[in-house]
Design a protein around this ligand. Structure first.
Ligand code: SF4
Length: 109
């Protein structure tokens, strides 16, 4: 279950929610909402809760801010190991034994 106890610490508690949904041309209201967010101790949680919400001031960002911000870069995938270990059965002087072969992915030993 998701822990939402952080909602007790939000700086916008008890405020008119309309403050956080300004018309996109209303810079004064947007700035006022952002000022509240600037002092909010739970901005990361608010941002996570926002998800893909398009409208409103969330965690100190307006919809215009989020639209202008490039998406976060995805982590680079880690390369696969180039070595594979394979065992072959070989017949030696003392009978059948396992021989450990180490090969790269192209098959060269
Ligand atoms: S960061 Fe989120 S929870 Fe905090 S004041 Fe802004 S809108 Fe409210």
């Amino acid at each position: 279950m998701t822990d939402l106890t952080w909602l007790d610490r939000i700086a916008c508690k008890g405020m008119d929610p309309q403050l956080f949904y300004p018309h996109f041309t209303d810079r004064r209201q947007t700035a006022a909402a952002k000022a509240v967010c600037a002092g909010c101790p739970v901005r990361p949680q608010c941002e996570e809760l926002r998800g893909d919400a398009i409208v409103g001031v969330w965690a100190g960002t307006s919809s215009a801010d989020r639209k202008a911000k490039p998406p976060a870069a995805k982590p680079k995938p880690q390369p696969k190991p180039h070595l594979a270990v394979r065992y072959d059965i070989a017949e030696g002087r003392n009978g059948v034994e396992l021989v450990k072969l180490t090969r790269n992915e192209r098959g060269a030993a």
